[in-house]
Design a protein around this ligand. Structure first.
Ligand code: NAD
Ligand code: MG
Length: 348
């Protein structure tokens, strides 16, 4: 299936997202493939059969979120300087969201900005991280606190890579797909309820619909002044869970899955969704072995941790609250009493 999604008009840097087997690509310029050890071992040969360039180098970074840092960015930049890359050169991000974010960030600052393309290899990066132009790295103050908006020139999503993806990583990506369906598209949610992702056509359809949803949202609000924030559904709670469990127990998508269940509890309390709808979301997450329960040991501490979220302005916390399935309310007006009563449902 070939699907092109041009982010035209609202974004100057419009680009196509192709969901298909990777075509043969030739670039009449210097190209650097940025990848990590895992993806390189599994898939670099496949990529190299399809990419030719005037000059091609490969920068292989260690694998892991802990390497999404300044040191890795410097490694990328140094390789570009050593190989005399210029402003016409191109970077290719080949890996999951960690590689995608860092490659995009390096591209955004190398000689004040060069082109890059995304070839995402995890489900999460195919449906979420590779689309929308957020790039960045972590530092000792937190995750993704340094970065830039820098749109790729193109995104090539090849489901072939997912064959080697561990099941847990697949589930984490699926959680972000559920996020997009619940917040923006009831029909998509109903499709997911019946879908068997082991079937390749179904998987492609799900990826396509998720990417379309994200692309539409980003086209409306590239820099997250409004509706793009809805993509943080489940994330306000999820970030606290990730912090409490020191980023060790849950993958990001798993924490988001629990976060969505918590956000739904909030929505139920506000009369925005029915209990049946909340149960349907939970059921879908469980189908992919995602966690949906969490024991909050210290409710006040959990509440206080909301205010450490970089996406909250000083004293207000923004919650993304589903309104039925397929619609959403963005609110920073939830009272402390209401939030505490929701958190108590998860208390020990
Ligand atoms: P990841 O990049 O760490 O990949 C997960 C694991 O899967 C890694 O060990 C990776 O080496 C491995 N892997 C990658 N492709 C594989 C394949 N085909 N087969 C087997 N293993 C493979 O994590 P992720 O979940 O892809 O992305 C998470 C990152 O993305 C976070 O850093 C997050 O901040 C970022 N992110 C960014 C955006 C954005 O809009 N820019 C959105 C969501 C997430
Ligand atoms: Mg996320």
């Amino acid at each position: 299936m070939q699907v092109n999604i041009p982010l035209k008009k609202t974004i100057d840097n419009s680009y196509d997202i192709t969901i298909d087997s990777l075509p043969k690509l030739h670039f009449d310029k210097k190209v650097a493939i940025i990848t990590n050890t895992t993806v390189s071992d599994l898939h670099l040969d496949y990529l190299k059969e399809r990419i030719t360039a005037k000059e091609l180098i490969v920068v292989t970074l260690p694998d892991g979120e802990q390497y999404k840092n300044q040191e890795s960015i410097n490694k990328i930049l140094n390789a570009l300087f050593e190989n005399r890359f210029n402003r016409k050169s191109l970077l290719i991000a080949f890996g999951g969201g960690v590689i995608g974010d860092m490659t995009g960030f390096a591209a955004s600052i190398y000689q004040r900005g060069i082109d890059f393309i995304q070839i995402p290899t995890t489900l999460l990066s195919q449906v979420d991280a590779s689309v929308g132009g957020k790039t960045g790295m972590n530092n000792e103050y937190g995750k993704n606190l340094v970065g830039a908006f820098h749109q790729p020139k193109a995104v090539y999503i090849d489901p072939y890579f997912l064959k080697t993806l561990p099941l847990r990583e697949f589930g984490a990506g699926f959680a972000e797909i559920v996020k997009m369906a619940v917040t923006f598209n009831k029909d998509f949610f109903e499709f997911l309820q019946d879908a068997d992702m082991r079937d390749e056509q179904t998987l492609i359809e799900a990826i396509t619909r998720a990417v379309k949803t994200k692309a539409e949202v980003v086209a409306k609000d590239e820099k997250e002044h409004g509706i793009r924030a809805a993509l943080n559904y489940g994330h306000t709670f999820g970030h606290v869970i990730e912090n409490e469990t020191k980023y060790e127990k849950y993958l990001h998508g798993e924490a988001v899955a629990i976060g969505m269940v918590m956000a739904n509890e909030l929505a139920c309390s506000m009369g925005l969704i029915s209990n049946d709808e909340a149960v349907a979301v939970k059921f879908l997450l469980e189908k992919y072995s995602l966690p949906v329960d969490y024991e909050i040991k210290d409710i006040q501490k959990f509440y206080d941790a909301f205010f450490l979220d970089k996406k909250s302005s000083d004293s207000k916390i923004t919650f993304i609250i589903p309104k039925g399935i397929g619609d959403v309310v963005i609110s920073d007006e939830c009272s402390k009493e209401l939030l505490i009563s929701v958190l108590e449902k998860f208390g020990v």
